[in-house]
Write a protein that binds this ligand. Structure first.
Ligand code: C2O
Ligand code: CU
Ligand code: CU
Length: 494
């Protein structure tokens, strides 16, 4: 049995014998495919029938679906257990990691709009964590930010109702000052919301088949396989690694048919901004941004994605021949390979991309009752917003901004020249629309609902939002080293 096989079995939690299956055969028929189960925990034979089947891939990992233990369809109940793990990212080398319900990353939680969600988060680590639902609209106490600490050995039971449209969200630890190292070790996973719109579209939507998550992360490993975190002076600017992981797997190759494939891309890297392109320079179609579908699909040949941001794209492999390999790359000042797509067979495609995906009602600027300015600046331990830092001077009790429930506000977000960095600005407890970037309308793929926006050096980005949730929420740079250093404030909505 190969090490890869062990790894796949661990992630998908199955006792499988023949795990090497060509996915291309299984995009539209499962013939020849030995279905994987979705039990997220231990590699034993499942006792209950799986909720869904995910094919097993040779050089690609699909995060398992978290098991919903509620029999009431209006509810969804999950358990996440933060735990230590060991992963063989490289043959013959064990890497110490953290994961939820497994050794690295966590299962994909899938819920429907309207459902009441209950999640038991258990912390089996030796250190305090939190678990934040990034992009979820819910009351402050359920948000999982730095205030909802889960002590070592403890547990936390958030419950909330999904009141937002279909989207690809994620969850991750958000411990004050420790988010960077804990996410780096693996404490993150996807949270997918479905609704009547997502169900009604004839786009690719079979999870693990033609609807594939891509959780992209960069990591640095020592020769012995151990993860290297903050080992170089420049890491204080934001931890970047030279090894790309997709869904926690190195050198990913996904075998595809000549059909349209949907990818839910999450930049779960601590600090790296990707500019995604395909090696043949062909176009792809973005259908969703952070918080849901775009009104209309947007054709792109490059997609910039900063830490915390999500994009759903569709790549049409029908223009390729069997035998082709297309590489997903990131092209910034250097070019790095993210993963390969290997076209292995021809297939018919019944999916379509409609001209209209959903309706997005613009929030009129005139609705705003207040404008606030947030300037991100400083390097390393001096990282701050408006010359203030969460925690560092004053502890976690200082509330920096107060917002009135129901109000619409415009926030001007500036990346100061000092420090010379781009900052992915993220806000909890609301979704926003980008009004303009340096006075210009945002690109079409930034005209939907968002919760994170990259503010490039010296730029001013204006966002508008309606504040509908009560409680204490964070606003921060999603470069996790900046965040941990203090580039984070909190607002109260009441
Ligand atoms: Cu993705 Cu405040 O977090
Ligand atoms: Cu968040
Ligand atoms: Cu930053």
């Amino acid at each position: 049995m190969t090490p890869e096989l062990n790894r796949r079995q661990f992630i998908q939690g199955l006792g499988v014998t023949a795990a090497t299956i060509a996915v291309g055969n299984s995009v539209f028929t499962l013939a020849g495919c030995s279905p994987a189960t979705t039990t997220p925990t231990t590699p034993t034979t499942p006792t209950k029938p799986p909720a869904t089947t995910i094919p097993t891939y040779k050089n690609f990992l699909i995060p398992a679906l978290a098991k919903n233990t509620s029999s009431d369809p209006t509810k969804a109940t999950f358990e996440l257990i933060a735990q230590k793990g060991k992963v063989e990212f490289f043959s013959g080398k064990q890497t110490d990691t953290f994961g939820y319900n497994g050794s690295y990353l966590g299962p994909t939680i899938r819920v429907k709009k309207g459902q009441e969600v209950n999640i038991k988060v258990k912390n089996q680590l030796d250190e305090t964590i939190t678990t934040h639902w990034h992009g979820a609209l819910l009351p402050g106490e359920m948000d999982g930010g730095p205030h909802q600490i889960i002590s070592a050995g403890g547990e936390w039971n958030p419950h909330f109702v999904i009141e937002q449209p279909a989207a690809t969200l994620w969850y991750h630890t958000h411990t004050m000052g420790q988010t960077g190292q804990q996410v780096y070790k693996g404490l993150a996973g996807l949270l997918i919301i479905d609704d009547e719109v997502s169900a009604g579209l004839n786009i690719p939507k079979d999870y693990g088949m033609n609807d594939i998550p891509l959780v992209i992360q960069d990591r640095r490993f020592a020769a012995d396989g151990s993860l290297q975190y903050m080992t170089k002076p420049e890491d204080a600017m934001g931890m970047q690694g030279d090894t790309i992981l997709v869904n926690g797997f190195v050198n990913s190759v996904l075998e595809v048919s000549t059909v349209k494939m949907r990818f839910r891309i999450l930049n779960a890297s601590n600090a790296r901004v990707y500019n995604l392109i395909l090696s043949d320079d062909s176009n792809f179609t973005q259908i969703a941004s952070d918080a849901g579908f775009l009104q209309s699909p947007v054709e792109l040949n490059a997609l910039k994605l900063s830490p915390g941001e999500r994009a759903e794209i569709i790549i049409d492999f029908s223009k390729h021949a069997v035998g082709d390999t297309i590489t997903l790359k990131s092209q910034t000042n250097n070019t790095i390979n993210i993963m390969d797509f290997s076209v292995i067979n021809k297939a018919n495609d019944a999916t379509t991309i409609p001209n209209t995906l959903t309706t997005i009602t613009k929030i009129p600027e005139s609705a705003a009752v207040k404008t606030r300015t947030f300037t991100m600046s400083g390097i390393g331990p001096l990282s701050h917003i408006n010359n203030l830092q969460m925690n560092r001077q004053t502890g976690m009790d200082t509330i920096h901004e107060s917002v009135k429930l129901g109000d619409t506000e415009i926030w001007e977000v500036i990346s100061a020249a000092a420090g010379g960095m781009s900052h992915p600005f993220h806000v909890h407890g609301m979704h926003f629309q980008v009004l303009d970037i340096n006075g210009n309308p945002p690109p079409a793929n930034h005209q939907g609902w968002k919760d994170t926006v990259l503010v490039e050096t010296t730029n001013k980005v204006r966002i508008i939002a309606v504040f509908k949730y009560k409680g204490l929420f964070m606003l921060h740079c999603h470069n996790l080293e900046h965040e941990d250093a203090g580039m984070m404030l909190q607002y109260e909505c009441k």
